[in-house]
Design a protein around this ligand. Sequence first.
Ligand code: FES
Length: 113
Amino acid sequence: MPRVRFEPDGIEIEVKLGTTILQAAEQAGAQLGSACGGVCACATCHVYVSEGMDGLSEIDECEEDNLDKAFDVRRNSRLACQACLQSEGRTVVSISRASRQTFFDEHPEVRER
Ligand code: FES
């Protein structure tokens, strides 16, 4: 099963093949924002993939267009709701600052870890 680690929290979870990074974050309780609910209509689920990029689904046009709206886009940027885990093995992602801020805006009852 694919395994995902979320930074900066250090939370790890095993998920089924085909799970998106956003779904994995929700299952793990990681603090990752998703203002549009995961339908590729914002950029608030922006993450940086530091390990396991090759095991993810390809970036499509919708993801590319929305990544253009994100802050501090890097070569390893992905939208968590669009990146599917397509191979066994470990993926490490860092949740962007803007995504964490969106999470806390959406969940005012939750404190930052
Ligand atoms: S949650 Fe809106 S694009 Fe991913």
